[in-house]
Design a protein. Structure first.
Length: 93
């Protein structure tokens, strides 16, 4: 668990710096939220992972064109969390 907490702390610090330096819907913020979501997912903290991945997707929807491949990655990550949670109906929407 120690490595996860160090990774999480580093990603959260990175996000805080980016929030100060970048506009609120900059794609780099989405990357930080995605990284945080990945750590939470690996830790088994699925609700936190889902929240982070969804925030990343929200930013990407604003910052990127509608068919940008990065959006597909976000949907994939969200689906992966639902799969890990054993909740399959949200993935069908």
């Amino acid at each position: 668990m120690g490595k996860y907490s160090k990774a999480l702390s580093s990603h959260e610090r990175s996000l805080e710096i980016k929030k100060i330096a970048l506009p609120p819907n900059h794609p780099d913020l989405a990357s930080s939220y995605n990284n945080i979501g990945s750590v939470y997912n690996n830790m088994g903290e699925y609700s936190k992972a889902l929240s982070s991945y969804e925030r990343s997707l929200e930013i990407k929807k604003i910052a990127l064109p509608p068919n940008h491949p990065s959006l597909a990655g976000s949907y994939n990550n969200i689906g992966m969390v639902y799969d890990n949670m054993g909740e399959y109906s949200p993935m069908l929407l």
